[in-house]
Write a protein that binds this ligand. Structure first.
Ligand code: NDP
Length: 314
């Protein structure tokens, strides 16, 4: 009897992850989303593999969890995950003994540990399993998945994670995946801010951003930000909305908190957390993470890659 998987949270990255799951021959799938129309549309547009039961749309988190051996979540933060647990329609009302909750939210370690303890009281296992690779990686099914929890639970989750993941790593106990993900994203934030400051300064010094990136990307300062994000999103002025700045703000805040909890002096992480909080407040809930560069541009009075920049040719 194939094991049913429930997937809750069909946002920018959750939707393509859930689409892979629902198309997999291994798992009959149940979808739930706060805005139900997204779950219904995804179920309609996904063809389950031959011989698999049709994708079901659940009316509540409890309804989604009923009959599922695995419950995958992909929500903005651990706060939303925790808020789905309680009440007559909450996850705890539907979860069955022996089920495994796989939280793909980029969460915070302390809340994940608290959720895991509450689930353990009901004999339900929990792993944190945040992902990296962006919407493009989710669409290709090549996400990196960083797991925190018992090794046996990570192994049990592996076939589910393999439907959308290309690299699945057990990182340590519950919360380890969240901690690692937050530090990864803090690197991303540092790179974006540093690239924006450096390229704005170069523009004003008379060096065009495309020329600068051509050299930097053949030199020691290169990163995913310089090689992909700025050429594709800033210099083109396209700024596609794939990963909200609000979420990166949350992630850097988690990383700064992890450093503080561990007694590690981390002035750069704390400063980056403040900068991304300011950018989030300035640009709002829907801005993309790379749009943080716009804040630097406004302060500098220059557009990175802009044709109309008055360069100091001296
Ligand atoms: P989105 O903001 O696009 O989607 C959020 C999802 O959570 C939506 O399905 C939304 O429902 C749901 N949601 C929001 N608040 C609540 C709530 N209170 N109760 C129930 N459901 C709620 O986020 P993403 O898909 O981009 O991100 C999801 C997670 O993945 C985040 O932790 C993010 O940091 C992480 N991530 C995202 C990446 C990306 O490239 N986008 C890359 C790697 C990790 P509704 O449709 O009703 O609004």
């Amino acid at each position: 009897m194939p094991e049913r998987v429930a997937f809750l949270g069909l946002g920018a990255i959750g939707a393509p992850m859930a689409r892979h799951l629902a198309s997999s021959p291994a798992f009959p799938t149940t979808l739930w989303n706060r805005t139900a129309a997204k779950a219904e549309a995804l179920a309609r547009s996904t063809t389950p593999a031959a011989g698999t039961e049709p994708t079901r749309v659940a009316s509540s988190p409890a309804d989604a969890a009923r009959g599922a051996r695995f419950v995958v979540l992909c929500l903005p933060s651990s706060r939303e995950v925790e808020s789905l647990l309680d009440g007559p329609q909450g996850l705890l009302a539907g979860l069955e003994r022996g089920a495994l909750v796989i939280d793909c939210t980029s969460g915070d370690p302390a809340t994940s540990r608290r959720i895991a303890a509450r689930l353990a009281d009901r004999e339900v296992a929990f792993i944190d399993a945040p992902v990296s690779g962006g919407v493009a990686g989710a669409e290709k099914g090549t996400l990196a998945v960083m797991c925190g929890g018992e090794a046996r639970d990570v192994e049990r989750a592996r076939p589910v994670l393999e439907t959308f993941g290309g690299k699945i790593v057990h990182c340590g106990p519950v919360g380890a995946g969240d901690a690692l993900k937050s530090v990864n994203n803090a690197f991303l934030a540092v790179h974006i801010w540093a690239a924006a400051e450096g390229l704005a300064a170069l523009e004003k010094a008379g060096v065009r951003a495309d020329v600068a990136l051509d050299v930097i990307n053949a030199s020691s300062g290169r990163s995913n930000t310089s090689m992909n994000l700025f050429p594709e999103r800033v210099l083109t002025r396209a700024f596609p909305r794939t990963f909200r700045l609000a979420l990166l703000d949350k992630d850097v805040g988690i990383a700064a908190g992890v450093a503080r909890e561990q007694g590690v002096p981390a002035p750069l992480l704390q400063l980056t957390a403040e900068l991304f909080r300011m950018a989030h407040l300035a640009l709002g809930e829907e801005a993309d993470h790379v749009e943080a560069a716009r804040v630097v541009e406004a302060w500098a009075g220059v557009e990175i890659g802009g044709d109309s920049n008055m360069r100091n040719e001296a």
